[in-house]
Design a protein. Structure first.
Length: 309
């Protein structure tokens, strides 16, 4: 079914409800949204275009109240998510939704992407979407974290990695990798800033995006955490080999890994193992796996470290 034409005019009682519950609250709602996201946002929607999709429920008799409830629910969800992730989340939303406009519209994808409603980003606008025949149903969930995350991730972007991967790096890698780097540096008897851990996120993202053996997008959620775990497995193996206590083993590591750089990468084929392995090239120790086995047997990535020295 195509998009319905806008209503020419609403009944008087309905116009009053739109005026009292929507028009009179619009400016305050825009202010709330702008304060949460730290930049000026507007709300742009057309009640006449929304009302033709009413059923016998909420929107038919109380369109203004219904519209306000959608916007209230979205603001509540965004405020909640911003409270969890702070300025990084706000900056992402403001960048991806570059028009700084929130709107309410019909979900036109066939089949619908949502059961009742959801959201997406189109032309830089954050669109709250209702499925035909479900206007007014499950209003508060349009912009819940899962839906908003998918919308931000699917939005067109010039960034080299997706929103989900960038967010994962901030939460699952950056706060934890410093402790692993320090542990490796201490084992080697080196100052922390002398040791480099190179995650190669952009290269991994490109490889996993383009490789046909990788199914679905779950890897995007796990990219940062799995990469951290590969480095953590290296630190564990170095401790197991007593790098910090056995001078001969420590000298072997320092001689082989002459650059003091430890890197993760995804390669087309492995040399020594089936799932993951370590290898030394040009003084760099690489922790590596193939695209189809990314995240498999992570703890074994450095188990043959002694053989590579």
């Amino acid at each position: 079914m195509g998009r319905l034409p806008p209503a020419e005019k609403l009944p008087l009682a309905l116009r009053k409800n739109v005026r009292d519950d929507w028009d009179n609250n619009k400016a305050d709602l825009e202010k709330q949204l702008s304060e949460i996201l730290g930049t000026a946002w507007t709300i742009d929607l057309n009640p006449l275009a929304i009302w033709p999709y009413h059923n016998d429920g909420y929107a038919k008799e109380s369109l203004g109240s219904c519209i306000k409830a959608y916007i209230d629910g979205a603001i509540y969800q965004i405020k909640y998510i911003a409270g969890k992730y702070g300025d990084d989340f706000k900056n992402e939303v403001n960048t991806i939704c570059s028009a700084h406009i929130m709107t309410l519209d019909l979900e036109e994808a066939s089949p619908p992407r949502f059961s009742y409603g959801g959201c997406d980003v189109q032309d830089g606008k954050l669109r709250l979407l209702f499925v035909e025949s479900y206007l007014g149903s499950n209003i508060d969930y349009c912009c819940q974290e899962d839906s908003l995350t998918k919308a931000l991730n699917a939005a067109p972007s010039d960034a080299p990695m997706s929103y989900v991967v960038r967010a994962g790096i901030r939460t699952d890698y950056d706060p934890k990798i410093g402790a692993v780097r320090k542990q490796i540096a201490d084992l080697l008897g080196k100052p922390e800033d002398a040791v480099t851990l190179n995650p190669n996120f952009e290269a991994s993202f490109a490889k996993l995006t383009s490789d046909a053996s990788v199914g679905g997008d779950d890897w995007q959620t796990n990219l940062a955490d799995f990469t951290f775990r590969y480095f953590d497995a290296l630190a564990y193996q170095m401790k197991y080999l007593q790098v910090g206590e056995d001078e001969l083993v420590r000298e072997g590591v320092l001689e082989a890994v002459s650059t003091n750089e430890y890197a993760f990468r995804i390669v087309d084929a492995l040399k020594y193992d089936s799932y993951c392995e370590c290898d030394v090239e040009d003084g760099v120790l690489y922790l590596q796996c193939t695209p189809g086995n990314f995240g498999t047997n992570i703890d074994h990535v450095a188990q043959k470290l002694m053989d590579r020295l």
